[in-house]
Design a protein around this ligand. Structure first.
Ligand code: SF4
Length: 225
């Protein structure tokens, strides 16, 4: 990322999300299986140097791993315009054991933020289902993504296109709508828009995680966050 982020920006990229589950290099290695903490940090710094005004950082909140590290994360965003997004661990098809061992509600973080003077912001257009908190002493902000909370999906404006060219209407939906045949040429744009618009009617109002149904998503790395 440090090497290429400027070229990505020149090519038209406007927003970046980076995954950082721990600010402790050894724990980062243990969680990700990759000893690349320093590289990831250098990549984020390079994004700011290249002119990105904000970087979103996703951190999956895990009991006994990073749920006690809020103050370390907050120190990190005090002087950096990072939107740090704590995402509650979700139970996916293959992740039952992990979920039972490490799931913790984002309420723990929300309570601490409110106690420390952070304030919940009105929902912004690009926030999706995240609750965003700001504090006057910090350049960064905190987003909480709490999928098991009531009405979590009510403000969902997310659509995803997989590397296979399938449009996924929900992280936990079924096989998706193939767009592949309409992605080859700019002349197909009208047809592409029409198929996407038609598909939106099939977007469900909520996920079915509470019933243990994760659709085809056996593992979040399959579809991205
Ligand atoms: S679970 Fe599905 S509907 Fe709910 S917020 Fe995520 S993508 Fe949107």
């Amino acid at each position: 990322m440090a090497r290429d982020v400027r070229a990505w920006r020149d090519a038209g990229l406007t927003n970046i999300n980076v995954s950082v589950d721990s600010l402790d290099a050894r724990q980062f290695h243990a969680i990700t299986g990759q000893d690349k903490f320093a590289e990831v940090m250098a990549g984020i710094d390079a994004a700011f140097d290249a002119g990105f005004e904000k970087v979103k950082v996703n951190s999956v909140l895990m009991r006994d791993l990073n749920s006690h590290s809020l103050s370390t994360f907050l120190d990190w965003i005090r002087t950096r315009p990072i939107q740090l997004r704590f995402i509650e661990l979700m139970e996916t098809g293959e992740g039952g054991d992990l979920f039972r061992r490490h799931h913790i509600s984002g309420e723990v973080i929300r309570d601490q933020l409110l106690m420390q003077g952070w304030q919940l912001q009105p929902r912004g257009r690009s926030d999706g289902p995240a609750q965003v908190f700001r504090h006057t002493d910090y350049q960064g902000e905190v987003g909480l993504i709490m999928p098991y909370e009531k009405d979590f999906c009510a403000s969902c404006n997310r659509l995803r296109v997989s590397a296979m060219g399938n449009l996924h209407l929900c992280l936990f939906g079924d096989g998706g709508v193939s767009l592949r045949d309409l992605l080859a040429s700019d002349a197909q744009q009208g047809e592409l828009q029409a198929r996407i618009a038609h598909s939106l009617g099939q977007k469900k109002q909520t996920h079915f995680l509470h019933q243990g149904n994760t659709g085809i998503t056996q593992n979040l790395s399959f579809i991205g966050g």
